[in-house]
Design a protein around this ligand. Sequence first.
Ligand code: DGJ
Length: 735
Amino acid sequence: MISYNEQERIFKLDTANTTYMIGIVDEENFVGHIYYGKKLKEADAAYLMRIDEPPFVPSLNNRERCSFYDCFPFEYPTAGVGDYREGCIGIRTAAGHVGCMLTYVSHEIMEGKPALSGLPATFGDAKECMTLKLVCEDHYVGLRVELLYTVFHEIDAITRSVKVTNIGADHIYLTKVYSACIDMDNRNFDMISLHGSWARERHIQRKAIGYGIQNVSSFRGESSHQDHPFLALVDKNTTQEHGEIYAMNFVYSGNFRAQAEVTQFDSVRMTMGIHPENFCWKLSSKESFQAPEVVMVYTDQGFDAMTTTFHKLYKNHLIRGEYKNKKRPILINNWEATYFEFDTEKLLSIAKEASKLGIEMLVMDDGWFGKRNSDNCALGDWKVNEEKIKGGLKYLVDEVNKLGMKFGIWFEPEMISPDSDLYREHPDWAIAIPGRPGTQARQQLVLDLSRQEVVDCIYEQVASVLRSANIEYVKWDMNRQLTDIGSSGLPADRQGEVYHRYMLAVYQMQERLTQEFPYLLLENCSGGGARFDPGMLYYSPQIWCSDDTDAIERLEIQEGTALIYPLSTMGAHVSDCPNHALKRVTPFETRGIVALAGTFGYELDVTRIPQEDREMIPSQVELYHKYNDLVREGDYYRLASYSQNRQFDCWQVVSEDKTQALVTFVQVLNRVNFKSRRILLKGLDENKQYQVEFVNENSIKTKIYHADTLMNGGLLIPYPQGDFQARLIFLTEVN
Ligand code: DGJ
């Protein structure tokens, strides 16, 4: 619900449990942030902007205008005329000046939500959401900025984006454009971010914020392993179940910055948007720039509530396509099974064995094209290597299909190897600074996707492979970050557009792919989980979570990922031991149980693993079929965190109608002479009783308990024997 109080000049944006309020003040129409938080009955809380205190508004005290600019809680702050905190927008006029101040011009309130041209974004119809468009201008520089706010009422989320238009006669350079800002009082907040590295993605980090600027960011050309386009400011006392959270998540897969600036007056400016590093977009007269979307979530009910909101929003209003609400085929991927050493015969031997065990799809990973026998060549040459794939791709796919399995394939479309036919033919197609040798990573360079002819050529190569056989899944990989930013297709004053044009092209290619092959299951991937973000989720319902498939390392990675993203999106596989990344040995059963929390599949040579592991696969497959609807669609709750307690991990999913629940418990290191663990369950219907079944613990009989006992008294999980032990506990309502 969005309303405008014309007399007081206040916009009130309400969701089921939150209110967001914006006010227009003074004769000059400054746009200020009044409030974001728990739902308010009050329609006029303008006093919260403190304009009745010194330095007052400019019409009353123009001699101290600068002080007003430097403390007013701007809804979309600018720079260069007196607000010394970091602004959301940076411009440079044709004459070289940077000052800017945006004031209110008009607004529109509409039902539903407009799409953002060329960008991934959440969507919803008139019944689900409502949008406010606030139009602001700076007529000195000829700039119009449209601030878009969409309220997802039931879901309790608000999304924001920004469109900038040059309404002047001369060109303007846009040097910064963030997508969201909340200017509020600091309440001694902690900040939550997701930090990582290759094979250690999205570990939850919590720390106090202090005066000055603290931020998380990426200017690696992708959302990255290292930092994540997510930031939450939370009360010191916020826990899983209680406390305030202001969270922002960026629906974008490229460079970003998320920041909290605590000021001299103890206010905090929380911002998120495209990283300004090497960003400079030339806007000729009448041209516009659409900045990506930020999702904002507020709750006073702790992390569980925040997570539920993000999960609901993404499941219903971001993820699209055939597999949105569908169980995904259990796949077996040959990467960790064979690396580059495979041929038709080897793949078919894996498929034959896998099909007998109930696995439903074979995915052929890196190494099937050009002269690609190692990771040092051939990216860009998307032609089947028939020396390896003897009989051709169609033959292989048909043979796999005959086994009753689907077939999937790997691509890395954004890359070019210096040792490739493509590079030999088009050396100028790599992103590069003329005259400077490009910095290689994994011996590859990045294609200059800011050039449409490059996009078209690569898209056609990929699509013609997909058209040549019955391919039902694509893993879209990206194995290096961007450096040496330069495009031979753009003039000097547009080189600062390359990063964003690159992202727009990736989105364009994935949109084309999903339009032409609507039945395709697309899984994004980036050297593991470096591009696991809402932008990519708009195109692919699942993303490879990490190259680290060790069941214990995965606990932290999956916990951090599930803090925002639904379990249905987390690519998770059972792999062989010793684990290839870590050399740790964990029980096959535990590897299976941890992978069941995600999309579930295998990444091993099923013809060579120990017989007792192989024999366990049919029962894991059965568990997947039995529980995946619940895992995919249910509400997720964190019951205990290994990342915090360093002993054990525990999470739960509960079906929407609360008739079923699944608890997963993982004991990491065993402790001698210890008692069972008491775990308090969540989300059950407290008036009901549930039958509790220890799925993989034969000696324990099923028992019936009242939900309130399970949630307040808890469930005792018998002390597992040995390290790295996992338990699955299934609950069904009995009355
Ligand atoms: C990185 C991915 O994360 C792996 O799963 C695998 O596909 C390799 N790339 C292949 O090069």
